[in-house]
Design a protein around this ligand. Structure first.
Ligand code: SAM
Length: 428
């Protein structure tokens, strides 16, 4: 570093980069830390955030200062700055990033920072400071903060994850990834939305299955639309009265990813009572026969991409038709606090098809979904109504026998006790 300046700052515009890379927080974190290492810098800390629907910001703090980045995938653009002091050659980092990002064009300016001619040196005991710093410095240890953020315009949920990616495939329907969050363990993300994590999946999967199965008591034939992680069929197949479960998942990559990396959730795919079909659930229900299913579970993702049609009136009219006279429908119902509109519209649809009093809402909590407050929405075709269940002893012994961790005979009823603002949202 020249004797005239304390630091050297390169400001870079990387353009025409690969938009997918520009939207990949794990890849960008890996490349930025890699660039620092390539330039023989000592990495102290890295903090990276992925923003939904797209864009990444992050910084790598190095002993020699920092590397920072902000990306606009929609423009294939990354604004990068490399600030160094000491002998580190920042241009080595620049070259590494240019290659990693596949930047077809760029511009860069270099500026000296902290011109010593303009600065006055304080009387500072450098020796004790150096000794003190030596205590802190451990080149092998650096904290990685790679954050995954699921947000809408006004609110977000961020999960810190290790940066390790176990599965990453762009399927014809969505991007399927298995990541590892530091608090909730391995997780399935579809198009950057958290679908399920090892540490809180039971909240969702126990509540999607058991309230209805204890209402029907002797269900035999169940249809599951979606549910590619396998958690829903795992819970349904815990019931010995079940003879057949048909699961129709549109994306085979989801099943593959979960079988390989989330075996605790994808635990029942070999059950002989399960027929696993990789197909569009909307078309499947449209072509299904009348009155064949006791229980129909819609374990779909949010109303975007392949799952958009899983919120349509047509789809639910077909669901109604294919249910037996006393059948029950349960649908992943979104959140009254995150996407109120989709939540309320779905309930109006179910009321219009099943009847105003036959579309109850069950609330429950999933810490890794934005706001944590989520719902299952019901369609009751006949008299079977989870709010009128009496066999609580059967629930109690089943919960004890199976070691369930969320669902029990109290939660079975409390899930239908709605706060006033939710009652307003689903008013008849
Ligand atoms: N718990 C998650 C949630 O609340 O968003 C849902 C989990 S599950 C993994 C959602 C599954 O629905 C995904 O695997 C997705 O591929 C599947 N899916 C989406 N649209 C579908 C469709 N039209 N037919 C069948 N499966 C569909």
């Amino acid at each position: 570093m020249s004797s005239t300046a304390l630091g050297n700052h390169i400001l870079v515009e990387f353009m025409n980069c690969d938009p997918h890379v520009m939207n990949d927080v794990a890849a960008i974190e890996r490349d930025m830390v890699g660039a620092a290492r390539k330039a023989e810098a000592t990495v102290i800390n890295s903090t990276f955030h992925h923003f939904s629907p797209y864009g990444v910001s992050g910084v790598v703090v190095i002993q020699e200062s920092h590397l920072a980045i902000h990306t606009w995938p929609e423009y294939g653009y990354a604004a990068v700055d490399v600030f160094t002091c000491g002998d580190m050659n920042a241009w080595i980092a620049f070259d590494h990033l240019k290659e990693c990002f596949g930047a077809k064009s760029y511009s860069a300016i270099e500026m000296k920072r902290g011109s010593v001619n303009l600065l006055t040196r304080n009387d500072f005991d450098i020796t004790s400071a150096r000794e003190k710093a030596a205590e802190w410095r451990n080149p092998d240890f650096y904290t990685r903060n790679v954050w995954f953020t699921d947000k809408d315009e006004d609110q977000a949920l961020s999960l810190r994850f290790t940066g390790d990616v176990f599965f990453d495939v762009q399927s014809p329907f969505q991007r399927v990834r298995i990541l590892e969050s530091t608090k909730y363990g391995k997780m399935l993300a579809l198009d950057d939305m958290v679908m399920t994590t090892i540490k809180d999946e039971f909240h969702y999967h126990e509540m999607i299955a058991h309230p209805s199965l204890f209402t029907l008591q002797n269900a035999k034939n169940v249809l599951v639309i979606g549910g590619g992680d396998g958690g829903t069929v795992r819970e349904v197949l815990r019931h010995s009265n079940i003879e057949k479960v048909t699961m129709v998942e549109i994306d085979g990559e989801v099943i593959k990813a979960c079988k390989e990396h989330l075996p605790e959730i994808a635990a029942a795919f070999d059950d002989p009572r399960l027929e696993l079909i990789v197909d569009d659930g909307i078309a499947f229900v449209k072509n299904a026969a009348d009155a064949v299913y006791d229980l129909l579970i819609v374990d779909g993702s949010d109303p975007v991409g392949p799952a958009e049609g899983l919120f349509s009136v047509d789809f639910y009219q077909n669901c109604y038709r294919t249910l037996k006279a006393d059948g029950i429908l349960v649908a992943q119902g979104e959140s009254p606090k995150f996407n109120e509109k989709a939540f309320a519209e779905l309930n109006q649809t179910l009321q219009s098809i099943f009847g105003k009093d036959n579309a109850p809402v069950g609330l429950f909590f999933v810490p890794t979904y934005p706001t944590g407050m989520w719902s299952f929405q019901y369609g009751l075709k006949g008299a079977a109504d989870p709010r009128k269940v009496t066999n609580t002893d059967a629930i109690k012994s089943f919960v004890a026998q199976k070691g369930l961790r969320y669902y029990n005979e109290d939660i079975h009823f409390s899930t239908f006790a709605l706060p006033n603002f939710v009652k307003e949202l689903v008013k008849k």
